[in-house]
Every structure is written in C-alpha cells, then in structure tokens.
Design a protein around this ligand. Structure first.
Ligand code: HEM
Length: 474
C-alpha cells in the first residue's frame, strides 16, 4: 500500500454520507444538471469528507485542502482521472491528453505544454489582436441593431477561433461565419459526457437513446472536420518541410513527432488531441468570460475602476495593442480571479485511486473515485475573509494584517500539480483582451427579461440563458 501523510486511519465505510438504494446507490437523489451544487449541499450536511454511490461506484467527496493537495500532486503515480472517463473518450475516439494516463499522458503533455507556452503566445499576439477586433465588430453590429446577444455563443466563437489558429494554424473565423459552425457539434459533447459519467451502468453499450444518436452524429461531424484540418496541416508541411524540424504549432509538432518516429503517436492520438484542445479551449474560457460579464452588470463601481485602468493602459487603442499592455491590466486580472473563485467553470475535480492508498488518514482502495470540491474550498471562511462577497480588492491588498488576506492554496480554478491546466496563460490573455475591449468600447446590460441567470453543470459549469445588450460606450 502506498502512503501519503497519515493522521488517524479511517475507512470509507466509516464516513458519513446520504443513504442510497440497492443497485442504484444515490443516483435518484442527483439532478446531474446541478451535480456540483448537490455535492456542495451534502458537504454542508455531512462535513468536509463524505461518501456516496452511483450504481456500484463508490465516491469520496472532500473539501479538505490537505487531501486536495495530495490528490492534485500525486499524479500520475497514485491517482488518475476516472478510468470511466478514459473509456468513454476512447469509445468516442477522443482519448487525448486530458483523459490519458501514465506514459501516454507524459508524451502528449510535453507537446501541449510547448505549444501553449509564453513564447508561443507572444508570437501569436497579432492573431489574437485580429480575432479580438472581429469580436468587437460583431458586438458593434449588435449594438447598432440593438439586438440581444447570446453571450456564451459569441464567446465560444471567439475561443474556438483563437484555439484553432494557435494550436492548428487554421483560421475557422466562426466569428464572421453566418452558417453552421463547429461549436454546434462541440456543444453536444460535454452534456453527454456528464450524463454517461453519472449513469449507474453503461446503457449506451447496449442500446442508443435519441441523445446518444445525436452525439454519434455530432462526433462524426467533428471527426470529419478534424480529418480535414490534419490533411491541411500535412499539405502545409509537404510545401514547407522545415516545419518538421521547427513546428510552429501543436498539430505540426504532433505530426512531426509521428513522422520522426521518436514518439509512438498514432493518427488516432493526433485526432484525439485536436479534439481535446478544441473542447478544453472552448467552453472553459468562454464560460469564465460570460460569468465575468454577468458580474459587470452587478458591480458598476468595479467596472468604473477597471475602465480607468483600461483607458490609461490602452491610450488611443480600442484593444490592448501589445502583449505587454495586456500584462498591465491588474484590475481585470483581479476581477477574473474573483469571477473564477465564485463561478469556476470546474467547481469540482475528479480523480481515481490507482492503487490502495492512504489519503490524510483515509484508507482508499484502488478504483475508488474521489471528488475535490474546489469551489467549496475557495468559498470557505477558513481560507477567504467574507468569502461569499465579490471583492476585487482581496487580490490587490497584500498588506500584512489586512482582513482581505487569503490562502492562495485554496484557489485552484486551473487545478494543480503535474496535470495543472496548460491553457491557463492563454485563457487569462483571452480574458484580459475581451474584457478590456468591452470596457473600452461598450456599455453592457442584461437582456434576460428578468429571468435569473442560473448555473448549469454539464462537465463544465456555465450560466444559463445569459443574454446581454451592448451599447456604444457613453
Ligand atoms: C478559464 C479557462 C480555463 C479553465 C478554468 C481551465 C481549467 C482546467 C482544469 C481545472 C483542468 C484540470 C487540471 C487538473 O486536473 O489539475 C484543466 C486541464 C486542462 N486544460 Fe484547462 N482550463 C481553461 C482553459 C484552457 C485552455 C484555453 C486550454 C487549451 C487551449 C486548456 C487545456 C487544458 C488541457 C489540455 C488540460 C489537461 C491537462 C492534463 O491532464 O495534463 N484549458 N483545465
């Protein structure tokens, strides 16, 4: 048995938790569209570490910060993502760096890290600028028409356009496309993934429901598009073979590694990782931006302060003109942090024990699923003062003795340890560019006809029915 810090050993059976049904466990008590909130409510009731069951699968849920550090850090040796996730992705043909484990994961991770590093972002800045101008023009048209904008949909056009240019060297330009776009198919994947992960048994291996058939069609369409992307990339390499030695993006690097045969990548690995980056780069950043813009409508005083900063930093420009200017938008970064603390797109992080292991005194058998309640930790009074308040200044006031100090380890919107999100810097740059562009050019108000903006969990957590109206800045 492997061991990590041990206090007083206890077993999962001894943990508190909701009573369940034979065979189904707690399945009928969960609405998977708000899975994270059910887990947070149970945490209030049963304490920092409890258990529940979905069919035969036992889950341990924790909001203990020390247990969280162990889960994040001890990968890939002691913990992986859930094996069910890898199997489900494998069936769809999309088992890439997010779901892979062990040496497969290590090989893929190296290439992803290089493709998204700061030097690459610096080189890529001009394209980010163009794409941010496209979004500005789209919102200008909406402002002129006075129309309500489906905010998440527009932001996903932005994030997909950025990801495909940076990672694959291809410009989809969905921001300026009127017809069907790839997001339409990508949107079907996360909700079904969530549904299959929660299912008490893998029914889709026996029969297909309507939603499963829709997923099959969407996956077929995405796969066809990815095959085209890879074909275009191979043609680019054939025209310019130097790219095999000096790949300029993630896809070229994967193809180059396969051609050099120093890394055993298959065509399926390449397809899986193109898909993984499309998915990982789309919803996460778009939903974070959407939540931030929703908060703009709630906190006009913070908006006024950020606007002053943006006006100073941007000068005459309507978007941050250089990478360095984006780095100087400290208030926006604080606003983004506070948004991700209260509305993280990943409010939970899920693991599986690969071996029998002790986690902070809890004996965990191999195969147990463990869920870390990251939002519950980041909104606990133990780690953040006045934890439920939206407070920009908690990220700025670092003076000793301030009542705004907080425990940095309790804030993990991008995960932590060896599987920390490699897209963090890209995401933060996108967030700063879009929010600065918005503040500089537009006023924004909700256009929801009074409907509440709620949280929807579908693998990531997004705002429901978030419509806004832009006006040219007064
Ligand atoms: C605000 C935006 C984003 C948030 C909040 C976010 C959050 C996360 C989280 C929580 C994880 C799991 C980390 C862990 O297990 O420790 C993750 C993993 C990952 N993210 Fe992000 N992410 C964002 C944007 C992006 C972008 C833009 C990309 C790339 C285009 C990306 C690519 C990935 C990949 C490839 C992984 C898997 C890493 C691995 O397993 O080694 N993410 N992200």
């Amino acid at each position: 048995m492997s061991s990590v810090p041990e206090l007083e050993t206890t077993t999962i059976e001894a943990l508190p938790g909701p009573d369940g049904w034979p065979l189904l466990g707690n399945y009928l008590q969960i609405d998977f569209r708000e899975f994270h909130r059910q887990l947070e409510r149970w945490s209030e009731r049963y304490g920092p570490t409890y258990r529940f069951k979905l069919g035969p699968q036992v889950f341990v849920v924790t909001s203990d910060i020390e247990a969280g550090s162990v889960l994040l850090r001890e990968r890939p040796e002691l913990f992986s993502r859930r094996r069910a996730l890898e199997q489900i992705f494998d069936e769809l043909g999309f088992n890439g760096v997010f779901s892979a484990d062990g040496d497969d994961w290590r090989r893929q991770r190296r290439i992803v890290i290089t493709a998204l590093n700061s030097a690459r972002l610096h080189q890529f800045y001009a394209k980010m600028l163009d794409t941010t101008h496209r979004l500005r023009r789209r919102w200008e048209s909406a402002a002129e028409a006075g129309s309500a904008v489906d905010l998440c949909a527009d932001l996903m056009r932005y994030t997909v356009d950025i990801t495909t240019q940076l990672a694959f060297g291809i410009d989809f330009n969905t921001l300026e496309t009127d017809g069907p776009v790839i997001q339409h198919d990508l949107d079907k994947v996360f909700p079904m993934l969530n549904r299959r992960l929660g299912a008490p048994f893998p029914y889709w291996r026996l029969f297909r429901l309507g939603k499963d058939r829709e997923l099959d069609a969407a996956v077929g369409a995405i796969r066809a598009r990815i095959t085209e992307i890879i074909g275009e990339c191979r043609a680019r390499i054939a025209r310019n073979p130097v790219l095999l030695q000096e790949p300029e993006n993630f896809l070229e690097a994967m193809i180059a590694a396969k051609e050099a045969e120093n890394v055993p990548f298959s065509d399926d690995d390449i397809i899986a990782n193109v898909f993984t980056l499309l998915l990982a780069g789309e919803d996460t950043t778009a939903n974070t931006l959407a939540w931030a813009i929703k908060y703009f409508t709630d906190y006009p005083a913070f908006v006024a302060r950020m606007r002053t900063e943006v006006d100073q930093v941007l000068g005459e420009s309507v978007v941050p003109p250089t990478h360095d200017t984006a780095a100087r938008l400290g208030l926006i970064e604080a606003f983004a942090n506070e948004t991700m603390r209260l509305k993280p797109v990943a409010p939970i992080n899920v693991f599986e024990a690969k071996v029998d292991v002790d986690v902070c005194g809890l004996r965990v058998p191999a195969g147990t699923a463990l869920i870390l309640l990251t939002r519950r930790i980041a909104t606990s009074a133990e780690h953040f003062s006045h934890p439920t308040e939206f407070d920009l200044d908690r990220w700025l006031d670092r003076s000793p003795g301030s009542d705004r100090v907080h425990n940095q380890k309790a804030f993990t919107p991008f995960g932590g340890g060896p599987r920390f999100c490699p897209g963090r810097n890209l995401a933060l740059l996108e967030i700063k560019m879009v929010l600065a562009m918005l503040l500089r050019n537009f006023d924004v108000e909700l256009a929801n006809d009074g409907a509440e903006v709620d949280e929807l969990f579908a693998f990531t957590m997004s705002p429901t029915g978030l419509y806004v109206r832009f006006r040219h800045r007064a």
